[in-house]
Design a protein around this ligand. Structure first.
Ligand SMILES: Cc1cc2nc3c(=O)[nH]c(=O)nc-3n(C[C@H](O)[C@H](O)[C@H](O)COP(=O)(O)O)c2cc1C
Length: 168
């Protein structure tokens, strides 16, 4: 059936749905850190523990997924620069989005960036084509939280900000 809206309208309307923001990280075959900003990350199943996200046309994901391991880094509202850095090509002569950043290895060896709220280590359980994206289902193998007290980052109407909880 033909849709009665264009892609701009689709983006505009779906932009009303706030999402959290993670950077999905891993190591490429040269053991170099790779990462990409993702807003579609979601908890899928408790038992077994599955999470997932949707990835479109991506240069980073094939490098990350070759290892079949990844780590979802949950961003705080103080990490706007990181969010956009991992959504764009490296700038200012940098060759890698990680240039100049502090990070350490998670339990599965994937990069954990400084200042994040939580980390979720996964193995790739399955990858399913879903229109012009792929749905990556990850089996959670390790979890981490940090002592960062900032609120989580939220992506809403094309911009990032923080969570403002007013109710119970
Ligand atoms: C807040 C935010 C959320 C995003 N969420 C997704 C997403 O869920 N899936 C996706 O494929 N791209 C998403 N993107 C876009 C990618 O980060 C962007 O296309 C990036 O350049 C891809 O880099 P790569 O080619 O190295 O993978 C998002 C970008 C931003 C800023």
């Amino acid at each position: 059936m033909t849709a009665n809206f264009d892609s701009g309208r689709y983006r505009q309307v779906l932009g009303h749905l706030p999402t959290g923001v993670v950077i999905v990280t891993g190591l490429d075959t040269q053991a170099q850190p790779v990462g990409v900003t993702i807003g579609s990350f979601v908890s899928v199943s408790l038992d077994p523990p599955f999470v997932g996200f949707f990835i479109g046309k991506s240069r980073s994901w094939p490098d990350i997924s070759k290892g079949t391991l990844f780590c979802a880094n949950v961003l705080s509202d103080a990490q706007t620069e990181l969010c956009w850095r991992f959504a764009k090509d490296p700038v200012d002569g940098a060759t890698n989005r990680f240039d100049g950043l502090e990070w350490q290895k998670s339990a599965n060896g994937s990069p954990i960036l400084s200042g994040i709220l939580a980390s979720i280590d996964c193995t790739v359980e399955s990858v399913t084509q879903a229109g012009d994206h792929q749905f990556v289902l990850g089996r959670v193998t390790s979890l981490g939280t940090t002592d960062v007290t900032n609120d989580a980052m939220v992506f809403y109407k094309g911009k990032v900000g923080g969570v403002a909880i007013h109710g119970e």
